[in-house]
Design a binder for this molecule. Structure first.
Ligand code: FES
Length: 322
């Protein structure tokens, strides 16, 4: 579990629209103290006034220890988190914030291409800021699509960036983003970063699979992709919670997280789809059956953690540091 992660109460010092349907929120330490450092691509978990926990990418300036900035798209038919933030008077409230944590870091490359759709611009913006302020930064370009210009956040900040190419692509006037232009003719050690709706991610994946070597594409997802349910293949297993001193049976019709909550009701989670890392838990013994969208193959091979919201077990018993 990310028990070593900083958890703190922060005050909402600003909550104002960044674009149509997008609320920008600035959080600061109530005593004015410095906040933990973070790197571009990082996100925090925010506990909403109702108790829901949601993950949001940090979109401010990484060197700014005075405040964290996030931006929230209002999703009327979502799981309720964005609706709550958009309709609650937030300024002056204190919210519990866990993290930051980064599963979408900027890796070294000789060229960068960023493709963002809608609110997917949030993790990308700090990356662009970092590159635009680095004197020796490699060439970079951004293709930023949105339903219309009015819905596209951070346009003034993007136009102030230097050293790269920013292409805004409002779909009401331009149609679908021109991925061929953005992704054709690139050197093989290009890093492509994409964050946005699932359709955009798949389209970018199709292009990079054809045009660039494996490993070139870095994705940040909002939702797990539609895929046939992966049925449990374990026939059930036992989970030993080392610190709690409890052993529980995980049947095929319950998730590991669900069962663990019987003994540890406040175990943190957010997306419960294997996307955010909030439930990342240290494995002390046994072989996890990883089913998340976060860990790389190498991390699965050599790492010692798993996402307990979707992960299961390949061994008859799993011992977790809980
Ligand atoms: Fe998000 Fe498990 S709760 S990865």
């Amino acid at each position: 579990m990310n028990t070593a992660e900083p958890v703190r109460e922060l005050t909402v010092v600003r909550a104002e629209p960044e674009a149509e349907g997008v609320l920008g929120i600035t959080l600061a330490d109530p005593g004015g103290g410095p906040l933990p450092e973070w790197t571009p691509g990082a996100h925090v978990d925010v506990e909403l006034p109702s108790g829901l926990v949601r993950s949001y990418s940090l979109c401010g300036r990484p060197g700014d220890r005075d405040a964290y900035r996030i931006a929230v798209l209002r999703v009327a038919d979502g799981r309720g988190g964005s609706e709550e933030l958009h309709t609650t008077g937030l300024t002056g409230r204190r919210l519990t914030v866990r993290g930051p944590r980064n599963h979408f870091p900027l890796v070294p490359a000789s060229r960068y291409v960023f493709v963002a759709g809608g609110i997917g611009i949030t993790p990308v913006l700090p990356m662009l800021r970092e590159l635009s302020e680095r004197p020796d930064a490699p060439a970079w370009s951004l293709l930023y699509g949105g339903r219309s210009l009015d819905t596209m956040a951070f346009r003034p900040e993007l136009s102030a960036l230097r050293g790269g190419e920013v292409v805004l692509w409002p779909q009401d006037s331009h149609g679908l983003p021109d991925l061929d232009r953005a992704l054709t003719g690139l050197p093989p050690d290009t890093a492509v970063y994409c964050c946005g709706p699932e359709g955009l991610l798949e389209a970018v994946r199709n292009h990079t699979d054809r045009l660039l070597p494996p490993g070139s594409l870095h994705l940040e997802r909002f939702h797990a992709p539609d895929r046939p349910d992966l049925p449990p293949t374990d026939g059930g297993f036992e989970v030993e919670l080392h610190r709690t001193g409890t052993t529980l049976r995980v049947p095929t019709d319950r998730t590991l997280l669900d069962v663990i909550r019987d003994a540890v009701p406040n175990v943190p989670s957010s997306c419960e789809q294997g996307l955010c890392g909030t439930c990342e838990t240290k494995v002390l013994a046994g072989t996890p059956d990883h089913r998340d969208m976060l860990l790389t193959d190498e991390e699965r091979e050599t790492g010692t953690t798993m996402m307990i919201c979707v992960g299961r077990s390949r061994s008859a018993r799993l011992t977790l540091d809980l």
